[in-house]
Structure formats: structure tokens, C-alpha cells
Design a protein around this ligand. Sequence first.
Ligand code: ATP
Ligand code: MG
Length: 569
Amino acid sequence: MKGVESMSEEILRNDEPTLAGNFIHDAIDKDLEEGVYSRVQTRFPPEPNGYLHIGHAKAITIDFETAKKYGGTCNLRFDDTNPTKEEVEYVDSIMEDIKWLGFQWNNVYYASDYFDFIFECAVKLIKKGKAFVCELTPEQMREYRGTLKQGGKESPYRNRSIEENLDLFMRMKNGEFPDGSMVLRAKIDMSSPNLNMRDPIIYRIMRATHHRTGDKWCIYPMYDFAHPLSDACENVTHSLCTLEFEDHRPLYDWFVNELIDGEKPRQIEFARLNLNYCLTSKRKCLKLVNDSYVSGWDDPRMATLCGMRRRGYPAAAVRTFVEKIGVAKANSVIDYALLESCVRDNLNFNAERAMAVLRPLKVVIDNYPEGKTEEIFVDINPNKPELGKRRLVFSRNIYIEQDDFMEEPIKKYFRLFPNNEVRLKGAYFVKCVGFDKDENGNITCVHCTYDETTKGGDSPDGRKVKGTLHWVSADDCIKAEVRLYDRLFSNENPSDESGGEYTVNLNPNSLEVLENCLIEGGLKDTKVGDTFQFLRQGYFCVDKDSTDDKIVFNRTVALKDSFVKQTKA
Ligand code: ATP
Ligand code: MG
């Protein structure tokens, strides 16, 4: 992973701001003041069932920055209680993405490490008369559960004796019953207005090989049961999660109060990050990958962290973005343009400059001697003079952008057209004196003359030109492929399934591949992940598909905001 390393170098954690004061920190301050806790411990608890996305960057930042602010610890815990959906590939990618973002956990834990403890907790609940084995079918269970308006009905199995429940639960564990034939439920309150409290399932029978525990278990705890117990096992103080778990908090507290002695963890919820035009659901991202709508989890159009990394988004820009959106208690949708502006600001400062001609048009400088070349030295990055200069080569044959020439200029066109003079960036003034066409009327070559006195790009007689073009020399350029990306979805809310499946919202023009681009020769030794500002074009980074024969670039972001916000009537 050469690319990852090269991009992580600019990550300097300590001089960056931490998340400014927010309601979570206010709550923690109060807890510390009142002596509820004397320390702070958080965790980031992903389920290893997919790659992390930009929403997770928010959760990661909150979890790690909160611990850091209070001099506490933050662990990485894989909530791996659902073996049919989980894989080692996802575990590895999650670790890589967190590191890339610039965070380091204290310890790595797995909920599966606690399966014995969680099992014992279930036994304890049964012994307290607070859990029972239920044999209702899923349909019956749904029916008995009631609705938001209507209370539920108690299961006919609810009043089994403790002995019978213990016996059945052991036999569930020993594999005596088929998958799905029975479950263990907490005995709480079928009339609770909170549906989560209506005797929730805490264990199910599922013969599935777990990526860590193998075939040791044929029963697995439900997330709502495993999560608070895992937090407690690790001595987490503040269990920070997204708002959809707010209604689960009473259940979290119930389990912790019933089963944990001493200090108990506390759950605090914050708003999910939603970005317009982006899909941030692992399940839906997986479908895009499996059905080949994208090239993989790291397709540069994906809102995954590995996709953004491959596209050239610097980790620091993602952190700045999370900083800017802040920590709120209410859900909202953030404009993708904000993320892009963070990326652009970062790259404007950090990216080396280069010239690339994406759609080449040949130009011959008729009065420039054949065979002659000269070197020109220009800034690598005007923001970082310490980096020095890069070398360009000027010669008789060069290439410019097809767009930069018009046979008959439209109004306010200041680029090259017959008899007009423009500046070639860093080189000379050139004036168009003619052009060649092929039999189809396409322009194949433009002829210019250059003014020897304008070397460096200024005229000693004070003559001004209105256009400055980027160019590459035919004697010192290399071929490259450039991939231009547009947003993956054309619908602001891609999850919108009113038009059928959400895949109908895919933007058919989200990828344009330009195979015959020409870039300045100095770029021949770039490595995967290197980012550049291509003059007048935007920011680009070297893709992992590059070979010795051809460098492939991704357009990270255009120079200006092309992400026009749709205004509603
Ligand atoms: P997905 O629906 O994509 O699978 P998830 O919530 O199931 O997301 P987890 O792996 O369970 O994914 O999430 C780990 C942590 O990241 C949780 O604490 C969760 O609250 C948080 N998280 C997930 N999505 C977002 C988001 N869009 N914004 C902020 N935090 C998020
Ligand atoms: Mg989840």
C-alpha cells in the first residue's frame, strides 16, 4: 500500500484543533464534576460487514477526539455478532482506514472475545427470572409485538419455569434444536411504549462459521444484548453512537443495570452524518460492489474512506470536514460541496503543480528552430518555495488543449485563434498564424510564431495578452490516462426508492475516461497516491491501476465548485 503511506506523511495530529466544545463534552464534564466517572474511555465499534464510509469518519473522530480531550483511552472494538455477514477482509480494511484517517486505538477487541461472558450473562438473567426461551414463529412474534399505538401481547412461553428455561437454553447452545426454532428473550414489558423493551430477543440459534470463533457456537447474541455488555467488559465510560440508537438506550441501561455491578457505561447519541448524493450504508454499498455498478469498495466514486483515499482526498481534509460539520443532536443533510471545498483547500496548499493536456491538439511554433530544446524552471508549489523549481522543456512541437483553440472565436474567448496572441505558461507569447485540417474538417495542427523576447511569460515592451494556456512539449511529455468523475448518483437523496430500487438513481455519466492525455515529462517517477494540481484543470492523484507503461490519474476535484447546488423552486 505505497499510496497510503505516501499520503499519511502529511498527517500532523497535534497542532490540529480538536472537536470544539459540544453537548457530548458538556455531558462528560458534568459526569466528571459530579463524580459519576473519574476517567473517560470510549470505543469505536464497527461491525466488520463492509468498508468504512464518510459517516464513520465522523463517529471515529468523535470517539477518538473525545478520549484524547480527557486524557482517556479509545479502543477499537469489532461488533462481530453476526457471522453470516462478517469477514476478515472487512476487519483488515477497517483498521487500515482508521490509521489512514490519522487515529490510533489503544487496544483492539472483538465482541466475540466476550461470547462466554455474554452467555453467562444470559444464564444470569434466566436465573433472575428475567429471560425465557420462546418458540413463537417470527410471524407470531411480530404479531404479538404490537405497534407504536398498541401494546403487545405476552408470549405463551413467557412463564416457563427458571429450570425449564435453563435446560432449554443449554440445549440451544448444545445444538439440539434447528436454526430459528427458538430464541431467548429478555422478560421486560410487553406494554412498554418503547417497542425495544417488549421482551426483545437476546439470543438466536444460527449455525454459521464465525470468522474468529469458528464453529464453537451455534447460538449468537443479538447486537442490543452484546453491545452494552461488551462496553461494560472493557470498562467503557461513555458509549457514543448515532441517534438511531436513542430508543435503544432504555434497553442498554436495563441490561447494564441487571447484569453489571460497579461502574456502568453510559450511552450518548449524536446525529448521523448524511451527505447529499452519497450512499452511506454498508449494505447498499455492498450491493453496488456485488452487482458491479462500481469497480469495488475503493471505486473513487464511492463514499467509502478507501474510495476517497484512492480518489486523492487527503485524510487531513476529511478531518477538517468533520471538524466543520460539528457535533449536533439533530440529523441533517450536509452538502457534498463542503467536503469538496475542504479537499480543494488542502490540495491548493499542498499539491505540487504540473501541466497536463487532457485532450491534446498539436501546435507547431514555426519560427522555433527544429531540433532545439530549452529548459524552463518553474515553481513546484508556489505555496512552498522551499520545494524549489521543476524543470519544463520547451520545443518547436507542443500540445495544448483542444478547447484552447477556436477557428472562429466566440465572444469573450481569449485563448488561441487566428492572429491572437496568448501566453504559454512559464514560456513565451505565441501568436496563431494558421492551422491544418483533415479531410473531415477537424483541426489537426495549429501553427504559431513565438516572440523570443517574452521568455518566462512577460513582454519587455509591456504588451499584454489575455489568455494563458497550459501546454506540454512533444519532446518531453508522457502519455497518461485520466479518469474524470462526476457524482455517482444524480439524486440528492440516492436512497430514495420511489422510482424503484435506489440503483435507478445512479448517474450514467459518473465516469469519463480520457486515454490519450499528455503530461509533463517530469512526472514519470510519480507513485500511487501522489497528488498534483494540473494547471487550469483541478487536482489529480496517481491511481493504483498505473503501470510502467501508463500512469493513470484520478481527478480528485475540479478547481472550482462544479457541484452546483440544485435550487428548489
Ligand atoms: P451501516 O448502516 O453503514 O452498516 P452502521 O451504523 O451499521 O452503518 P457500524 O459498523 O455499526 O455501521 O457503525 C460503527 C459506528 O459508526 C457506530 O457507532 C455508528 O453509530 C457509527 N456510524 C455509522 N454510520 C454513521 C454515520 N453516517 N454518521 C455518523 N456515525 C455513523
Ligand atoms: Mg450497525
